[in-house]
Structure formats: structure tokens, C-alpha cells
Design a protein around this ligand. Structure first.
Ligand code: SAH
Ligand code: SF4
Length: 361
């Protein structure tokens, strides 16, 4: 049976988080409200983290009613929550008003509270080992839908006296395929008079969309940049990441060089280690050569299992050898701790499939 949805309710209304402050001001002014009201609403949304119009105790009732009539305060209907056995990773499955699904992950690690958020429902890039890629592209998220994922978890953390410390756009979707909305979400959360989470606390991971990398460089964004590389030759990379046919390795690396030179920032390369596919010492040596002289860091992660890809993760031994070859060549490398695998919250494992909720749309 199809669970109840809000498709005919709040969904028709604009999402209030899709508005930036000038847009919100214009709206309130058009209702004849004094200029200071916009700031009050903004602070209610992004500092007090209020989630419904009734919460806005700083506003007259008539205005609260007007807000409720014209805006929805949520597109995120949480339909499932999973916690990893160690309790450190939480994954939420949300249904959007049009029936699409996205997932968001909270990872606790020492003092870090890292949120992994989605930028699209599904993904058009079709990387063979990625569960999101395997489900195909559904639609872009709006800026408000991207940032509401942060707000949902920020409210929860606030109840424990905490805040998200980092946000990575490494959930479902390719953020550079939804560039404007992704950047708008980051900008909106960065407002010092609002949520006040600086750009440096964000990281965008991209499969290597060249024009967007160049644009990102030109805009001198303070957001961290990570590139999903996974192979050091075009032949091997194209077999896993179809987008490589369009934007080959050499051009992506060149764009990364330009990025590091223009911004003075380091770029991160991600590499899912797959047994006998891209985990040999020779492949590590090729990678080291490719990255020579580039201000970068390599993040390797043993492949996480997904339904549509038969590859296996590398053995502990080959992970360590791979890392050593890079380190010996002067390239810093960390092995990412695999987290939340028991709840399929690991890299590349996010998809709409939730037990018992499969294809409810
Ligand atoms: N679309 C963006 C960000 C989301 S994917 C991108 O591709 O960069 C986040 C990271 O998980 C990427 O580096 C991606 O290559 C990696 N990934 C995808 N599937 C994986 C899997 N099965 N195991 C490990 N990492 C995976
Ligand atoms: Fe999309 Fe990233 Fe998955 Fe590739 S790895 S299919 S770009 S989400």
C-alpha cells in the first residue's frame, strides 16, 4: 500500500528555504510588513532552527498565519531512520513531496559531526560501482531541499547542545550537475546573521565535470574540492566512470592544477579501491606520477558493496601497499574509515531502496 503523502498539501506551496534574505524581505514587504520582520523570520529559521510557523513566537499571529498560508516549512518527510551498530552513523531516508527519495547521513567521529547530504534524487553520471548511479537520474534538488537536510540534523544535534561541524556534498547526486542550487544552499547556510556555517566547512565532491571545475576556480570558492578519480588511465577510468569519455583524466588534472594555483588550496582525490581492478602497486605508481607537483591529498576507500556491481573491495594488505607507494612518492594519502556499511550509509551506497519501502513512489 502506498503510504500517505503530502502531495496535495504543503507540496504545492513554495519551500521557505528556497528564498534568500532579499527575496524573503521582498515577500514580507509586499505584505506590508516593516523592514525588520525579514530578519526576524530569517533568524527564526536559521538560528532558532524553528521548523513550523507556530514556532515563531517573535511574530504576530496574523503573520504566522500568512507564512503558513504561503509557504511550506518542509519538503523532508522522514520515512526511515537507521543507526549503525556502533551508534556513530545515522542515515535518514526522506520522501520529497513529488514522491522522490533522498538519503542523508550523519557521522560522529571524535568532535566532528559531519553531514553527508544529497544534491540530486538519483544521478545521471552512471558510475558503475555506485548505487545512486545505478538508479539513474530523477531530478535536481532545489537549494532549499539541499539545505533543509542540514537543518533537520542541526535541530537534532542542537537538542544535544551540538552543531554540525562539516557538511560534505557526497550523498546522492553530482553537485556540479546541479551547480547553482548547490552553491546557493552553501551560501545561504553561510550567512553570519543566519546559520553561520562558513564555506570552509563544506566539501564538494565531483566526478570531474570540467566546465564546473573551471567555474568553481574562477569564483574562488572557499568550499573544499574533492575529485573522484578512481583510475589513472583513461581506459580504466572510462570503464567505471562514463563521464571520463567526455572529460578525460589529463584535462581534469590540468583543471585541478589551475584550481590549486588560483586558490592556493589543496585538492582531494578520491579512489575506491577495487580488488584486482585499480589496487595494484603499478596503478599506485601511475597515480603518483599523474599527481606529481600538485598540491593534493589522496583519500582511498575500500569499495563498498552495491547491488549492481560485482567488484570486491581490496584486501587490507593491498590497501596498505597502495598507500605506501603513494607516500613513498611524496603524496599524502589517508585510508578512509569505512563507516555505516551495516546500514548501507557508506560512500556510493545511497539510493532510494529502503527495506519495505522499495518503489513506493
Ligand atoms: N557525485 C559525486 C559525489 C557523490 S559520490 C562524486 O561522484 O564525486 C561520493 C564518493 O563515493 C565519490 O568519490 C564516489 O566515487 C564514491 N563512491 C561511489 N560508489 C562507491 C562505492 N561503491 N564504494 C566506495 N566509494 C564509492
Ligand atoms: Fe553520481 Fe557520484 Fe555516484 Fe558517479 S559516484 S553515479 S557521479 S553519485
Amino acid at each position: 500500500m502506498t503510504p500517505p503523502s503530502r502531495e496535495n498539501g504543503g507540496a504545492a506551496l513554495p519551500l521557505i528555504y528556497d528564498l534568500d534574505l532579499p527575496e524573503l524581505s521582498a515577500q514580507l514587504q509586499s505584505w506590508g510588513q516593516p523592514a525588520y520582520r525579514a530578519k526576524q523570520v530569517w533568524q527564526g529559521l536559521y538560528q532558532s532552527l524553528w521548523s513550523k510557523p507556530e514556532d515563531f513566537s517573535n511574530l504576530p499571529k496574523a503573520l504566522r498565519d500568512q507564512l503558513a498560508e504561503h509557504f511550506t516549512f518542509s519538503h523532508m518527510e522522514e520515512v526511515q531512520r537507521l543507526y549503525s551498530k556502533d551508534g556513530q552513523t545515522a542515515k535518514a531516508l526522506f520522501r520529497l513531496p513529488d514522491g522522490q527519495f533522498i538519503e542523508t547521513v550523519l557521522m560522529r567521529y571524535a568532535d566532528r559531526r559531519t553531514l553527508c547530504i544529497s544534491s540530486q534524487a538519483g544521478c545521471a553520471m552512471g558510475c558503475v560501482f555506485c548505487a545512486t548511479g545505478q538508479m539513474g537520474f530523477r531530478r535536481n534538488l532545489s537549494s532549499g531541499e539541499i539545505l533543509e537536510q542540514v537543518l533537520v540534523f542541526a535541530r537534532e544535534l542542537a537538542a544535544e547542545g551540538e552543531r554540525p561541524t562539516n557538511v560534505v556534498l557526497m550523498g546522492m547526486g553530482e553537485p556540479f550537475h546541479n551547480y547553482d542550487a548547490s552553491m546557493a544552499a552553501i551560501d545561504r547556510l553561510g550567512d553570519p546573521d543566519g546559520f553561520n556555517m562558513g564555506a570552509r566547512r563544506f566539501t564538494i565532491s565531483t566526478v570531474g565535470l570540467l566546465p564546473a571545475i573551471r567555474r568553481f576556480t574562477k569564483e574562488r570558492r572557499q568550499v573544499g574540492l574533492a575529485i573522484s578519480l578512481h583510475a589513472a588511465t583513461d581506459e580504466a577510468r572510462s570503464a567505471m566512470l562514463p563521464i571520463n569519455e567526455r572529460y578525460p583524466i589529463r584535462d581534469v588534472i590540468q583543471a585541478c592544477r589551475e584550481y590549486t594555483e588560483a586558490t592556493g588550496r589543496r585538492v582531494t582525490f578520491e579512489w575506491a579501491l577495487i580488488r584486482d581492478v585499480n589496487d595494484s602497486p603499478e596503478e599506485a605508481a601511475r597515480l603518483a606520477k599523474l599527481l606529481q607537483g600538485l598540491n593534493c591529498h589522496v583519500n582511498v576507500i575500500p569499495l563498498n558493496p552495491t547491488q549492481g556491481y560485482p567488484g570486491q573491495r581490496s584486501t587490507r594488505e593491498s590497501v596498505s601497499t597502495f598507500r605506501q607507494v603513494l607516500e613513498d612518492a611524496g603524496i599524502s594519502c589517508t585510508v578512509r574509515v569505512r563507516r555505516g556499511i551495516d546500514i548501507q550509509a557508506g560512500c556510493g551506497q545511497l539510493a532510494e531502496r529502503a527495506d519495505g519501502l522499495l518503489n513506493v513512489s
